[in-house]
Design a protein around this ligand. Structure first.
Ligand SMILES: Cc1cc2nc3c(=O)[nH]c(=O)nc-3n(C[C@H](O)[C@H](O)[C@H](O)COP(=O)(O)OP(=O)(O)OC[C@H]3O[C@@H](n4cnc5c(N)ncnc54)[C@H](O)[C@@H]3O)c2cc1C
Length: 377
């Protein structure tokens, strides 16, 4: 069995064309305004590129997670990492599908599939990122509502989302067992405000934001999962799949960096030859191509395991850590082969260089991945 079949290949091609035309070609506009226009999301929805693996009864594509991963690998290959489709389709929709009631699914998934509603996930806080059980946002019961107070940071789609799956403490004394997930409707939400859209090193088109919640009233019916206190376990259960998403984006970026650099070095002349004619260039690209190929094989293995329901957390941690480390290494080597042009943002490789860096940090820092791997030894 392999996840790379004719269908996922067709999804990849469709998605690549979408990302190149709608996102990469208009990068300067997205960078300047620090978000991507909603019309781009609507186009993605019309093409069937959102919520590919959500059942069609909820407006999704009715495919498998392989279809979502094909979209995300194509995104990496296009050189874009700003459109927050990984969080929207790959993460938020799956929390709602997996842990939501029928009513929650019917409310949120169909408009998410068209791009009418955008999703965000709010875990990280100024005082708690890797150590998620230390979050301080509280949800205190008051009749049939929770009253939510706290702040979140680094939230992808933060300034544009209409819905957020929010990690809160329903029992601050209970450590990890006191964490719950609630769905917050941000459209009419007194007490909610977006702080800064953060000034990042790369991924400039993404509206990664600070969010604040002051006495926000959330119906108890918006709890995800039948009981309070399951949020930490829910997050841990979803994280392996989220790590595959990041690895798929990394894999696309690795392959594109090599292809782009082969193309560039073959046409650039120096000392009477093309750059590609130097043995150093050939050896560098031979090594980078080998790295990209072995990464792709490992990713394929992990995706196939996941589709069989057999991907374990250690393997998911390995593929996230290894591919994102290699993404940064290979892109850095490809920048070198571009010379000064590789540091100019009008060149795709320069943008890929600045966008790649946080892949080693979010979705669980790579050091956290190594602790997970070590625990399995
Ligand atoms: C562009 C971007 C988008 C993001 N999007 C989202 C989002 O949509 N939603 C969301 O909730 N969060 C999001 N994040 C936040 C991201 O998940 C956190 O930054 C990440 O989990 C690390 O948390 P931290 O930044 O608080 O770092 P810290 O927890 O302070 O850790 C800092 C560093 O310390 C080291 N470290 C920490 N713990 C250990 C350990 N146990 N062992 C060894 N070393 C360790 C690691 O090197 C780590 O990178 C995003 C971040 C970025 C940069």
């Amino acid at each position: 069995m392999t996840w790379r079949d004719d269908e996922t290949k067709a999804v990849f091609d469709l998605a690549l064309e979408f990302f190149e035309r709608e996102v990469v070609a208009r990068n300067e506009q997205w960078d300047a305004q620090r978000h991507i226009d909603r019309e781009v999301w609507h186009t993605a929805g019309k093409l069937g590129l959102l919520l590919c693996s959500i059942p069609d009864q909820y407006g999704g594509g009715g495919g498998t997670f392989a279809h979502d991963l094909a979209v995300l690998e194509a995104q990496g290959y296009s050189g874009d990492l700003s459109l927050g489709i990984s969080v929207h389709s790959g993460i938020v929709a799956h929390y709602i599908l997996e842990y939501g009631t029928e009513e929650q699914r019917a409310t949120w998934l169909p408009p998410m599939a068209t791009g009418k509603v955008l999703g965000a996930i709010g875990m990280s806080e100024p005082g708690a990122g890797s150590d998620l059980k230390a979050i301080r946002t509280t949800a205190v019961r008051d009749g049939d509502h929770y009253v939510v107070n706290g702040s979140k940071i680094f939230i992808t789609n933060g300034s544009s989302a209409e819905v957020i799956v929010l990690a809160v403490k329903t029992d601050p004394q209970a450590g990890a067992r006191g964490v719950s997930l609630v769905i917050v409707d941000l459209r009419d939400c007194p007490g909610f405000s977006v702080g800064r859209v953060l000034d990042k090193v790369g991924q400039h088109g993404a509206d990664t934001s600070e969010l604040s919640f002051t006495d926000v009233r959330v119906p108890v019916a918006n709890l995800l999962g039948p009981q309070e206190g399951q949020g930490f376990a829910q997050m841990m259960a979803q994280l392996p799949q989220e790590r595959l998403i990041i690895a798929a984006q990394a894999c696309g970026a690795l392959k594109r960096a090599v292809a782009e650099t082969v193309r560039y070095t073959k046409q650039r002349q120096a000392f009477g030859n093309s750059l590609f004619d130097f043995q150093n260039t050939q050896f560098e690209l031979a090594e980078c191509h080998t790295i990209a190929t072995t990464c792709s094989v490992f990713l394929d293995h992990c995706i196939d395991s996941h589709l069989r329901g057999e991907l374990d957390p250690a393997e998911a941690a390995m593929v996230k850590y290894w591919l994102t480390d290699k993404q940064c290494e290979v892109i850095d080597r490809c920048v070198q082969l571009h010379g000064g042009y590789g540091y100019m943002r009008e060149y795709l490789i320069a943008r890929m260089y600045e966008d790649a860096r946080p892949q080693r940090i979010y979705g669980g820092a790579n050091e956290i991945m190594k602790t997970i791997i070590a625990r399995s030894l």
